[in-house]
Design a protein around this ligand. Structure first.
Ligand SMILES: [Zn+2]
Length: 147
């Protein structure tokens, strides 16, 4: 596994949602419900999603983090804002095979379920966006952060 590249500005949730293809947004709207299970003391918004068409359950999460990376490592923010940078993850196959490594390159995901290899066939442009489960979770997440 390569070290993540340090970049000036990390990815925030609004950007990643904007970059999400409309097909995925439609599927998230029509087929996926997301319930917030817990917010951990490290600021992790842990969701459980249910897909009505096939009954699949997934467990995406969104962690709002400090906007800049420094050498001391990741800094979790206690006062998340809609434009806070995020660390995201989902246990679905779409995320694993298309998005985990691409998001990791932008410091927006950890390598957890993939083998860390670039998705040369599935996502050759290394585009970063949300899977439908994270898209569904995002809608709840952003409404809570705005309050
Ligand atoms: Zn997913």
């Amino acid at each position: 596994m390569k070290m993540t590249t340090l970049i000036d500005e990390r990815r925030n949730a609004i950007q990643l949602f904007k970059q999400t293809p409309s097909k995925i947004k439609q599927r998230a709207n029509n087929d996926v419900s997301a319930n917030l299970k817990t917010i951990s003391n490290k600021g992790k918004y842990q969701y459980q999603t249910a897909t009505s068409s096939n009954g699949n359950i997934h467990k995406p999460y969104i962690i709002p983090i400090a906007p800049k990376t420094d050498k001391s490592g990741k800094i979790f923010t206690k006062n998340p804002k809609p434009n806070s940078s995020v660390l995201v993850w989902c246990d679905c196959g779409h995320f694993r095979f298309n998005l985990e490594v691409a998001l990791n390159k932008e410091d927006a995901s950890r390598i957890i379920s993939s083998n860390g290899a670039e998705p040369v066939k599935m996502n050759p442009g290394m585009k970063t966006f949300f899977c439908k489960h994270l898209t569904a979770a995002y809608k709840d997440y952003i409404s809570r952060i705005k309050k």
